[in-house]
Design a protein around this ligand. Structure first.
Ligand code: SF4
Length: 420
């Protein structure tokens, strides 16, 4: 049925969770004798791990799928769509793909390639991963979400929360550290609601922090309503846990937060930031903010701007509201026009530039450890434990190593220094 050189092409869109899922899909296909190719043309199997956060990403999938449909008519090409796919897109996509499946049902792929799935293997998170990087690895600890934020499609595309067995997570981390991995990034849509047996997230984090080796631990992403004092306490212990927290604000207005179904108010958010900064003074805090959510007038928007000034974020990822079919917010009037959304984003970005630059002053003249993850034209790029981007002159061979750098220059988004 398939040519002997069983080759697959994997196209991954969206967030770190999708990238991590793709590493498990790759390992599964390799187990059945397939190898990954960078060329779509030589592949006889194409797997797309899609993202539905923006319509643009789904439109790109439609564009490609039409092209592949023409190839499918003349060849043995098989195509599979997984990842985050909205119900409203599923039916349409079935015209273009052989399989459209949630990632939790990725084992159906085995039948499509003529293999026999192991009936005992029915949890995709338990699959081994084919890590894309040998010094930094994603380790998923849970999948799905129960929160139903009004604008978000994830609870519909990934289903309800399911936590992975703690021992399995710990074993995967151990193995990675023994193999020389220097950075472990624990992943979940809301890691703070991790729960498995006697383990909650702080307990799991503490246990991984107790492992021996030279490694950093990061985690993504945290919901403000579930960020507990226990977690802050464990983070403050330091050790392998990095002083970095991503805490999604979304809006600084009480009414908008209610409409978003976020289940916290601006004051609670600010009190968390204060607690975290008191416990871990060197912490870097980043956030997500949506501009132009339905009903966000100038007053509501200014509440977000005020909160940003008070929270003094190091980084913020802005999203201009766009309705996702099937979500509650899609039924609301998208009443902020595109031009105004862009203005609001720029306005908030100016605040961010000020707070991030001020926060970075403390690095001037400091020696910081940098895990190098890239190199271009004689410059090494990497990140500190506190997730600050650092550039310095160095050899490409330093990629994957931790290097001590003296910081000589700072900007809002990155630091520049000299290798010591
Ligand atoms: S917490 Fe909210 S924004 Fe995050 S994945 Fe769940 S529903 Fe989406």
């Amino acid at each position: 049925m398939f040519p002997n050189d069983k080759k697959f092409y994997l196209w991954v869109l969206g967030c770190q969770m999708n990238e991590s899922d793709a590493e498990r899909i790759e390992a599964l296909l390799e187990f059945y004798g397939w190898s990954r190719t960078k060329s779509e043309q030589e592949a006889s199997l194409i797997v797309v791990v899609a993202c539905s956060v923006r319509q643009k990403a789904i439109d790109r999938v439609y564009g490609k799928a039409k092209e592949w449909r023409r190839r499918r008519k003349k060849s043995e090409l098989k195509t599979v769509l997984t990842g985050c796919v909205l119900d409203s897109d599923k039916e349409n996509m079935l015209r273009f793909f052989d399989l459209v499946i949630p990632v939790t049902e990725i084992f159906q792929l085995v039948g499509l390639i003529g293999g026999e799935a192991d009936p005992a293997q029915n949890d995709y998170l338990c699959l081994p991963a084919k890590y894309n990087c040998n010094f930094s690895a994603y380790v998923p600890i849970m999948n799905g979400c129960n929160n139903f934020c009004s604008y978000c499609a994830v609870p519909f595309t990934r289903g309800r929360e399911r936590s992975r067995p703690a021992q399995e997570v710990i074993d995967e981390c151990k193995k990675l550290i023994e193999g020389g991995c220097k950075e472990i990034i624990l992943l979940g849509q809301n890691v703070n609601s991790y729960h498995e047996g006697e383990y909650d997230f702080p307990k799991l984090l503490k246990e991984i922090n107790g492992l021996q080796g030279d490694f950093w631990i990061r985690f993504l992403t945290s919901h403000p309503k579930d960020l507990s004092s226990d977690l802050i306490e464990v983070m403050a212990e330091g050790g392998h846990i990095t002083p970095y927290l991503h805490l999604a604000l979304q809006s600084g207005d009480e009414k908008i937060l209610q409409s978003m179904n976020r289940k916290y108010g601006p004051e609670h958010f600010l009190s968390l930031i204060e607690k975290v900064r008191q416990a871990i003074p060197e912490i870097t805090i980043s956030t997500d903010i949506i501009v132009g959510y339905p009903g966000e007038g100038e007053e509501e928007f200014q509440h977000t701007a005020d909160l940003m000034r008070q929270a003094k974020f190091d980084m913020a990822y802005f999203g201009r509201f766009s309705p996702r079919p099937g979500t509650t917010a899609a039924k609301l009037d998208d009443n902020v026009n595109a031009e105004e959304k862009a203005r609001r984003e720029n306005f908030l970005n100016d605040i961010l530039i000020e707070t991030a630059t001020a926060n970075n002053q403390k690095y001037l003249g400091q020696n910081v450890e940098v895990l190098v993850d890239g190199w271009k034209k004689g410059l090494c790029y990497g990140k500190t434990a506190s997730f600050k981007i650092v550039a310095f002159v160095g050899e490409k061979s330093l990629i994957g190593q931790k290097v001590l750098v003296k910081i000589k220059e700072i900007g809002p988004w990155s630091l520049k220094g000299e290798k010591i």
